[in-house]
Structure formats: structure tokens, C-alpha cells
Design a protein around this ligand. Sequence first.
Ligand SMILES: Cc1ncc(COP(=O)(O)O)c(C=O)c1O
Length: 380
Amino acid sequence: MEHISKLPNIETTIFTTIGNLARKHDAIDLSQGFPNFEADKKLIDLVSIAMRSGHNQYAPMPGYYGLREIISHKIENLHGTFYHPETDITVTVGATQAIFTAITAFVHSGDEVIVLKPAYDCYEPAINLNGGVPIYLDLEAPAYVVDWTVFKRLITHKTKMVIINTPHNPSGHIFSKEDMLQLQELLRGTDILLISDEVYEHIIFDGKEHESASRFTDLASRSFICASFGKTFHVTGWKLGYCAAPKPLMKEFRKVHQFNVFSVDHPTQRAMAEYLKTKANYANLNTFYQDKRDFFLKGLENSKFEFIPSSGTYFQLLDYRKITVESDTDFAKRLILDYKLASIPISSFNVNNRDDKVLRFCFAKKQETLAEAVDILNQL
Ligand SMILES: Cc1ncc(COP(=O)(O)O)c(C=O)c1O
């Protein structure tokens, strides 16, 4: 039988390739974006309690109401915008499903979607599967700042949607208030929708603030705010997140959600609703990860790597130009084979695999793991 692939250009991702190689060679794995420490025991216990209390059947289609309520409070407290739990918030299988669902619900064949590169890898397949056309804005290393005049030139009558991600994976760059205001002005008066991927909303450093799209009235009116409890609470394996958007947008979103997912794991939703009642559970995350970033970078002060400290996320980019002329993929593989340390080559996030000689390291790791990684990096 012959089948025409709907995604002919998708091959094994670099994450799988590097992950497999890291396991095969028993390398310290700073490649993939997940912690190697446990989640808060209180949160785990809350799931057991929910299960033992009998919350083991389907949750309501848009999510457990108590969780939607607390999400609504959280957004209003942090950003001053009210999302009605009944109509404006849907609990999803992580941010990935929220993003996929928003794209599927709105992007028609031929619609253009502006994607800022380097970008997380789930955006483009979702656009392509829906017949959309990704339009790329190339951000330049090492700062990855957006030139809004270049962005403006990409907007056409076919532009349906823009996808942004702040704090940004892989660069650790964050959008300032001015960035968000520029974006708001450029989209004002259009029908263009915005997906705001905010999965690292609570991992932001040096006293800076997360400028959620929900803070900006005109942006919020066209935005899907996509968030991830997996990222925030060290439970990426739970695949629990949410999408917040104004009622008319959420109405269409739920039409797709209802028949793709229907409803999300119930006991973890109950646990999360309870856990979110304590603000410190997420408010202290900035310091927790900033300490890890600082420990990692202090260790590299005298190394040959060059870097701009990450402003958010749990990723740090390291420029290795002073060490070798190898491609980033070759160097990343050699680091695993010869030094037993895994990282991600950034070319895999770029248009045409542009190689800026930069590797991405995840510092959501135990102190001893980071110390071992630092020792290795100092040998280069
Ligand atoms: C920028 C970005 N968006 C979305 C996701 C996916 O989040 P989730 O695991 O909640 O689906 C990730 C995970 O690495 C990410 O880095």
C-alpha cells in the first residue's frame, strides 16, 4: 500500500536522536527540557487523595471547574485580566495540545502563520497539517531580539495568526513590555490571532516580569494564552496545561478539543486545583531556577564558552566558537561520545538549520548533575 505522507519533511527529531545517543553512551543529559529532580511530595499526595476520593472518571469537557476557577484567579491576580472559568478557560493535555487545538480550530488552507525562529518544534507541523503556511521571522544570535519593522513587513492579507513564545525556548530571551506594545500596535485593527506560548511564565530571572499577552487589552482580545503545569511544577510527564482565550475564540477551540481529547486526566486536575491555592508553590520558582542558572554560569566563568545569561526558561545557550569550527550537530555528538555530556544543537530550531555555533543546555537539574556538567565543559 502506498500512502502520501501529510508531513513528508518530518524526520526523527534532534531530541530523539540526541536522547538515544545520550542513553547509549550513558551521558549526563542536559539536552531535553525536563527536571531530574522530584516534584513536591505534597502535589503527588494530592493526586493519590483525588484518586482515593473517587475522582477517577471523566472530568468535564473543558476541565474540572475548580481548576478553571483557580486558573482564572491566578491570571487575574498576576496580570489584571479576567477570564471567565465557564467560557474562557480549557484544561488541556499540556501546552502542546492547546497550541495544536488553537491552530486546528482557526487555520484554513492557505492561511499564513508568522513563526519567530528559532522556535519550539510543535508549531510548524500543526500549521502544515491544517494546510497553513508558516512565514518565518529569523531572529539573530546571540540576542534573538525582534526587529518589529521586519516583522511588520511579513504581515499580509493572508496572515491569520502569529505565534510568540516568551520566555523563549531555546534562547532564554524574554519579551519586554515595549515588545508587547509594539506587537499590539502592529496587530491592532486586524483580524489576526495570536498564540502566546507562555509555558515558562514562572521561570524568569533578575527581577524581570513576565509580560503575558493577557496584560495588553487589544492583544488579549485576539490571544490564546497557552500554559503548562508540567513545566511549572516539575511534572512534564503529567502533560497537564491550559488555554485561556476570550469566549468567542474559546467556543471554536472547544469544538476541536471536544472531539480530539474530550477531557483531560481527572485526578491530576483535582490535585493541581488544590496545589495552586498556595501562591508560594509557583511564586518561588524564579529564585529556585535563578540559583541553578547562576551556579551553572559561575562554573563556566573561566571556560572558553561565551554566553548571555538566560533571562527566563531553564535553558542556557553556550557559544563554542572559541573551541572548534565543527557544526553544532557534530560538536553536540562529539560531546556525548568523548565527554559523556548531552546538549541540543540550536540549528535544529532554525530556518534551513542555520548554524550559529551554539548549544542549548537545560539547567533544570540537581546541583550535583550541574557540577559534573561544569567540570566537563571546563575541560574543553
Ligand atoms: C516553548 C515550549 N512550548 C510548549 C512546550 C510543551 O509543553 P507541554 O509539555 O506542556 O506540552 C514546550 C516543552 O518543552 C516548550 O518548550
